[in-house]
Ligand binder design. Structure first.
Ligand code: SAM
Length: 336
């Protein structure tokens, strides 16, 4: 899930960078929105082309210092907002000719390594996992929710098959003392009967918690809908995903709003959806072997993109119904 790797203080690797540039074509100028600014890898590359302007968003306020560095050189062509990308339509963009919108989902290497964020199972302190602009933390989830809710979160967001037993043991253990990150890892290790030798035993539960705490499913769905609303005709929407849940959502959204989307030519078009996109490539673009060698976490990255083919700003889509079961799991958080 890490898209950007820092091998030393200076060098970092924005994933699929050349591929992103070749699909959004900033060489022709225009305004671009970088929805996941991070360390600004994509933003900087776009700004290298003359006549471009970048509006960058990131929910993590720690990324502002990266933005400040860029602002000094590109004051009139760069704007940074500490905002969740689901709120992209709050920006006043009516007069902007938005030519491209990019999402590079997940977490940066710096976020994973920042112990205070507690995103990784190797963190030593309190459970947290908040990326920024959150309403509750992983500590609340693990120490307050009931067994059934925890089971659903681990199963649906982490595809963890031993969810029920892990949830049960969490409830048992937290009666003794508040559960922190090392304790959660210990509970998972002790509970799991099927040891996983390919990935860490805690990977799936930690993925589920990060998705839940950061409401990543609704963020992505509303991010896609609202980005499509602000994108101008002929503009490109490009998304890099890192796990199958994200990719399923992006794939469905793009396909269902594209021409030739009908499952069968004998069935009528779904009138609840309009045709908005030209789907340029059905298959995702994957990192080259060279990139994977240089930056191994890039191996799970998938880039999908579409071109907006119409002048429509009111989107009809059934994506909320399609992923209702996942959105229902997110609603568990309303009780925290
Ligand atoms: C993988 S990093 C992006 C790296 C960036 N492309 C670069 O080259 O430096 C993902 C970034 O997206 C941010 N992010 C994740 N979800 C977000 C959301 N819903 N709204 C805004 N920013 C988000 C994270 O805080 C993180 O900084």
């Amino acid at each position: 899930m890490e898209a950007t790797i820092v091998k030393d203080e200076v060098k970092h690797y924005p994933v699929l960078l050349n591929e992103i540039i070749s699909v959004i074509t900033p060489q022709h100028g225009g305004t671009f929105i970088d929805c996941t600014f991070g360390q600004g890898g994509y933003t900087k590359k776009i700004l290298d082309f003359p006549d471009t302007r970048v509006i960058a968003l990131d929910r993590d306020k720690d990324t502002k210092k990266n933005a400040d560095l860029i602002s000094t050189n590109f004051e009139d062509r760069f704007l940074y907002k500490n905002l969740k990308f689901s709120q992209i339509s709050n920006l006043k963009l009516k007069n902007e000719n938005i030519k491209g919108i990019v999402f590079d989902l997940g977490y940066s290497y710096l976020q994973i390594k920042d112990k205070s964020k507690g995103l990784s199972f190797s963190s030593t302190g309190e459970l947290d996992m908040k990326m920024g602009l959150n309403s509750f933390s992983a500590k609340d989830v693990i120490n307050k929710l009931g067994e059934e809710d925890l089971t659903r979160i681990f199963r649906l967001f982490g595809e963890e098959i031993e969810s029920k037993f892990i949830a049960r043991n969490i409830i048992k253990e937290r009666k003794k003392k508040i559960i922190d990150t090392p304790k959660l890892v210990e509970i998972i290790e002790k509970t799991k009967r099927k040891k996983n030798y390919k990935i860490n035993n805690s990977t799936k539960v930690f993925q589920a918690l990060r998705i839940f705490v950061n409401k990543e499913i609704s963020e992505l769905i509303y991010g896609l809908i609202n980005a499509t609303k602000v994108l101008k005709k002929d503009g490109v929407l490009a998304v890099v995903t890192f796990h199958s849940l994200e990719d399923k959502i992006v794939k469905y959204f793009f396909k269902s709003l594209s021409e030739n989307k009908r499952v069968s030519r004998y069935l009528p078009e779904n009138e609840d959806q309009n045709i908005i996109f030209e789907l340029k490539e059905k298959k995702p673009i994957l990192p080259s072997e060279k990139e994977i060698n240089e930056n191994p976490p890039s191996r799970s990255a998938k880039l999908r993109y579409v071109k907006k083919s119409v002048e429509i700003y009111d989107i009809k889509t059934d994506i909320l119904n399609k992923f209702q079961s996942l959105l229902d799991v997110e609603k568990i958080g309303e009780s925290l």
